[in-house]
Design a protein around this ligand. Structure first.
Ligand code: 5RP
Length: 226
């Protein structure tokens, strides 16, 4: 699994603390990424000990890992998550940029359906003001028109390429990702509204007003923010 940013110890401390917040019998949203993977593995160990949970995955990656560690899966059609655990690429207070793993559409869907969203991250993700390109998942047929609108908003969109640069990243939903650099985002709610209204944009990676708890793993423990 691709890892980014901080140390594995920092990520594990955040992920394992998040797994402790899940109640027996709960339905839990399973985010995507290297930090959330620690939470999924920790939940798997609890399941081995007789703990009962059902997971709602946000990507093929999180579904595969959940199956591997023995977490039974369900869907939003059948259950609403009491809690969702997910990572982030940038965190300013409780506002986030997500989508580094191109999974932000289903991540936002699951996070919005959950009664509580717990974000797990290492300290490298924290910032004063959101300042990283915002990923947009776009329909392949909408790439040019969406790019033009985004340019009008002051950004130059970059089509996300696969690691070997032999083609574009294709999301789990069969779409493309445009990474859109807006510099420092002083008004994330305002930008979120503008991006959400562009025809052909499935979802953008700004998560505003969704996170309830932020867990920042350190080398020795976890800083918790509610
Ligand atoms: C995937 C995401 C991830 O949660 C985000 O990229 C953080 O990943 P990691 O924990 O590996 O740094 O938004 O779409």
């Amino acid at each position: 699994m691709k890892t980014t940013g901080g140390s594995e110890v920092e990520k594990r401390n955040a992920g394992e603390r998040a797994a402790e917040l899940v109640a027996d019998g709960a339905v839990v949203g399973l985010g995507t990424g290297s930090t959330t993977a620690h939470a999924i593995r920790a939940l798997g160990r609890r399941v081995e000990d007789g703990f009962e949970v059902q997971g709602i995955p946000t990507s093929y990656q999180s579904a595969d890992l959940a199956r591997e560690v023995g977490i039974p899966l369900t869907t939003l059609d059948d259950a609403a998550p009491a809690i969702a655990i997910d990572g982030a690429d940038r965190i300013a207070g409780f506002e986030l940029i997500k989508g580094g793993g191109a999974a932000h559409t289903r991540e936002k869907l699951v996070a919005s359906a959950a009664a509580r969203l717990v974000i797990v991250a290492d300290p490298s993700k924290e910032c004063e003001t959101l300042d990283r390109p915002v990923p947009l998942e776009v329909l392949p047929a909408a790439r040019r028109p969406v790019s033009e609108v985004v340019e009008g908003l002051g950004s130059t969109p970059d089509l996300r390429l696969a690691e070997r640069k032999d083609g574009p990243v294709v999301t789990d939903n069969g779409n493309l990702v445009l990474d859109c650099d807006f510099g420092r985002i002083e008004e994330p709610a305002d930008l979120a509204q503008k991006l959400a209204s562009i025809p052909g944009v499935l979802e953008h990676g700004l998560f505003v007003g969704l996170a309830d708890t932020v867990l920042i793993g350190t080398e020795t423990g976890v800083e918790e923010r509610e």
